[in-house]
Design a protein around this ligand. Sequence first.
Ligand code: FHN
Length: 445
Amino acid sequence: MKRLLLTGFICLSFLQISFGQAYQPSPENLAARQWFQDARYGLFIHWGVYSILGDGEWAMNIQNIPVSAYEKLPKFFNPTAYDAKRWVQIAKNAGMKYITLTSKHHDGFAMWHSNVSPYNIVDATPYKKDVLKQLADECEKEGIKLFLYHSHLDWHHPDYFPRGKTGRQTGRPESGDFEKYLQYMDAQLTELLSGRYGKIAGIWFDGWWDQALDEHEKQARKTHVDWHLRRTYDLIHRLQPAALIGNNHHVTPFEGEDFQMFERDLPGQNTFGYNTSSVSQLPLETCETLNGSWGFDLRDQRYKSPEQIVRYLVGAAGRNANLLLNVGPMPNGEIQPEFVERLEAVGNWLKTHGETIYGTRGGIIPPQEWGVSTKKGDTRHFLHVLKKPATNVLFVPNFMPKVSSVTAFEGKKPLKFKQQSEGLFVYLDGVAMSDWDTIIEVQTK
Ligand code: FHN
């Protein structure tokens, strides 16, 4: 028996050494996850020296600009109309609870005053001011949480090697010390999380996907280099235990991540081709653009309407996910009026309907042909009817908790209902149907 116990102990120790300690989120981190889910709506901001070119954030790759030429760009970046106060006001008026700013995109340019490299907003531009610091201070003042988008992928750094499928025409050396690059990345993250920018709500990684992996390798989460993700994640959690880590790697979350994100698709959908991973139990977020681009694109007129955005936000909430909606500010620092107007219109809708979105979780029934549901606590349920049913009866299958009342959210008109073993039938007579979202509130015992 003694020998058996000893063998078991040795095996367990071996497993721990082999696979490392299982990630145990701190109490602050768990509380932050709750806050994050309650928040439901955030502003994504893609802004960098690429904005000057008005050709999106991938301009360096799309236009095959070598590093030596791209390095001239910061000299023209002088966002004199940048007003952090205004940005935060825009987010607040939109009903958003957090902002996620690109601290570094794939072009490798730091949007804060970095001591690790002079390739940053203060040392390399005529503007000479730390845009991140201004935003962080304003967010703090206004109670808006700040996340940082940080690209693993770096088209500028000579040690980012082996390369992936993108940024191949940048004229970088045909070799590199990846470990050196990772040390550089961790040193920059340390700067961002060491207090100068206050509390950072989370780090939003991107670019891991840019590896020459086939679909099978990708799904098995195999990589050709060691990313030391866990080392980086542990560093972040050590510096700021509440910071939520998400990674837009397009595969099932890795140990140490605190939320899972989807890009341009609602969880469970894959119209864009990226979202083949399963939906985890972590808090969820989906990101989408307000027009068709992330970074400023001068030609892009594909603005989504407030109605489309509201329906997307509702679709996300009904799938238990946040919406992170993107704008790409202009090179002068202004967020263009086409974005502001639309954000404000959604903000106005949220003033009267936000109760059915903020602080909710995905409802007890999965998405239906007619729409989705959200719930607040265990007894308040909101049916979001996004598509008018063919008849005046709304059928909610397998709705089991005992219903005490059903009302139209707008106008609070009580509605007739019938609850049977197959589900709940709600009679929509007299309900003013909206093209945006018709909400029915169901109270259960
Ligand atoms: O390549 C990036 C892209 O520029 C943008 O940042 C989006 C946002 O989700 N993520 C990457 C593509 O997956």
